[in-house]
Design a protein around this ligand. Structure first.
Ligand code: UD1
Length: 421
């Protein structure tokens, strides 16, 4: 298992470009399952989660051709509709193959993803929606066994705006007969991007990125290749991580390649803390500002404060003036970075789903262990500004969602060494 050795007391300076959004790449690559022709993508990020989804598609018989950061997905060779536990258990987003497989082939057997480090994360909303579309669902031996005739468009009201359920149902509805309306849909920018991808295949779709999405289904042979190479949006979560790194290290960091509007709430919160930010159309630059002050945040579905930036934000809060409060409302058990940050001198007290963060003067380097993707990012940020050396273990969590993070941070002046193991 690789580890990172980070020398602290670093001031990040310079420009860093974010990669394509992991959370848009995964559903959009899966959506190529709907297409009876090869689909080309460019700037596909080199991430462990992307490798996993490509392996899963290949396990279904899909032809995957890579050329640099370009990928061609050809689902015309798909020969089985069975997504095996061995792959699904490693990444929850694998369950996204359910919708397209069921819609296109009328049959799917997809392993239940099971628990993960940040909570139990059930898929009941995905299954309720598939049943509403006419799917017959059974849970057998740890697998979702689904079958149907042609899915039938309908209105589905989600009890909670689940990102994954919205995406799964959008893909299923794309090949359903008639119109499907998803009410209380998740509104994340990655959903808008999936909507754009489906529209490019000839699906009429309205409201992706709002709470009401209307999808006019087509037969599979009515989908049309635009022959264009699809370009996925920039990663707002990666961007937030580097912006927070710039602020924590009191450096001037320009983060490019994404739409700052996708980070509205995060940028507002940072400004409220006293950050001086230059916000362009496709970049944010941190300016050297006085010591920031504490704030209260509560995670919420988009456009609220993203749970995926909660840990990085807590890293910042640990070294600002005064106290901060973090309430995590999306996932249970998403404070696993807290004990590790504590080893670096952060003062955080957890009570239920809230954490009280008492700002300290500075952190000190320590050996720490990654537990999940965003928790790992928070530990890296702490290590960059801590006094002395830190050893970050189990960085495979980080590699799931941050492309070349060590190289990108080195480009900003950080002293990071990856030790292969
Ligand atoms: C996606 C993101 C993840 C992000 C999360 C919330 C991807 C690949 N992952 O995950 O990075 O943290 O959105 O913004 O895009 N839930 C149910 N039943 C369901 C579905 C969800 O109870 O059927 C619950 C989950 O347990 C969780 C909450 O709803 O507590 C949010 O889940 P959801 O929005 O579905 O997140 P994901 O799609 O898994």
């Amino acid at each position: 298992m690789d580890k990172l050795i980070i020398q602290g007391s670093c001031k990040l300076q310079g420009t860093v470009k974010v990669s394509s959004a992991k959370n848009a790449t995964l559903p959009i690559l899966v959506a190529a399952l709907l297409c009876p022709y090869p689909v080309k993508f460019e700037s596909v990020p080199d991430l462990l989660d992307v490798t996993t989804i490509l392996k899963l598609l290949q396990s279904l018989g899909v032809k995957v051709t890579k050329d640099g950061d370009g990928v061609v997905i050809d689902a015309t060779t798909l020969e089985n509709q069975h997504a095996d536990y061995t792959l699904v258990k490693t990444m929850r987003a694998s369950v996204l193959v359910l919708g397209p497989l069921l819609a296109r082939f009328g049959i799917a057997s997809v392993s239940l993803p099971g628990g993960c480090a940040i909570g139990t994360r059930p898929v009941d909303i995905h299954l309720m929606g598939m049943e509403k579309l006419g799917g017959e669902i059974q849970i057998e031996n740890g697998y979702i066994k689904a079958k149907s005739g042609r899915l039938q468009g309908t209105t589905i009201t989600l009890p909670f705006p689940s990102v994954g359920a919205t995406e799964n149902l959008m893909m299923a509805a794309a090949l359903a007969e008639g119109v499907t309306i998803i009410e209380n849909a998740a509104m994340e920018p990655e959903i808008d991007d999936l909507g754009d991808f489906l529209a490019e295949q000839g699906i009429q779709i309205e409201g992706a990125g709002t709470s009401r999405i209307t999808i006019h289904g087509k037969k599979v042979n009515e989908l049309k290749s635009s022959n264009k190479t699809y370009h996925i949006i920039g990663d707002r979560i990666e961007a937030a991580t580097y912006i927070i790194g710039g602020l924590m290290s009191e450096g001037e960091v320009k983060v490019t390649g994404f739409n700052p509007k996708h980070l509205g709430f995060v940028l507002e919160t940072l400004t409220k803390m006293g950050a001086d930010l230059e916000i362009g159309t496709d970049y944010v630059k941190t300016k050297i500002s006085k010591r920031l002050k504490g704030v209260a945040i509560e995670t919420a579905p988009y456009p609220g404060f993203p749970t995926d930036v909660q840990a990085q934000m807590m890293a910042l809060m640990s070294i600002v003036d005064g106290n901060s409060i973090v309430s995590e409302t999306i996932f249970e058990n998403r404070f696993m970075h807290v004990p590790e940050m504590g080893r670096m001198g952060a003062k955080v007290n957890i009570k239920g789903n809230s954490a009280l963060v008492e700002g300290v003067e500075g952190l000190s380097g320590a050996p720490v262990m990654c537990t999940d993707l965003r928790a790992s990012a928070a530990l890296v940020l702490c290590a960059l500004v801590a006094k002395g050396e830190s050893e970050i273990q189990r960085v495979y969590h980080l590699d799931r969602g941050y492309e070349k993070i060590d190289e990108k941070l080195t480009g900003l002046g950080a002293k990071i060494q990856r030790v292969k193991g």
